[in-house]
Ligand binder design. Sequence first.
Ligand code: SF4
Length: 113
Amino acid sequence: MKHTSRRDFIKAACAFIMAGIVSRFGLLSFAHAKDSPLPAGKVAVPATDPVAKAIGYVADIKSLDKSAKRGSKDFCNNCALYTAVDAHWGRCQMLTSGLVTAQGWCRSYSKKV
Ligand code: SF4
């Protein structure tokens, strides 16, 4: 018969607590935001979109140039021009050729009030 040691119990409790923290703060959704499937029948803003290029839109903040003047909490999903379609994608009033990612950003970012 297998006995659960105190160490096993503490490991399980820590894993449970960490899963709660990750879930609570949306860390998993951030990690997978740009890889999330698009809503049915929708397309993402293409890299060739001239307006997207002009305003420096990036779908994944990790690919952003380090010199960009962006606040650490500035993302499309808290921009005044963003309307969520689901947890990972939304419409931007500036970019009409497709959806933008919730965790994207551009130089026209305007904090939602
Ligand atoms: S204007 Fe706002 S919603 Fe549109 S791409 Fe820029 S940051 Fe994202």
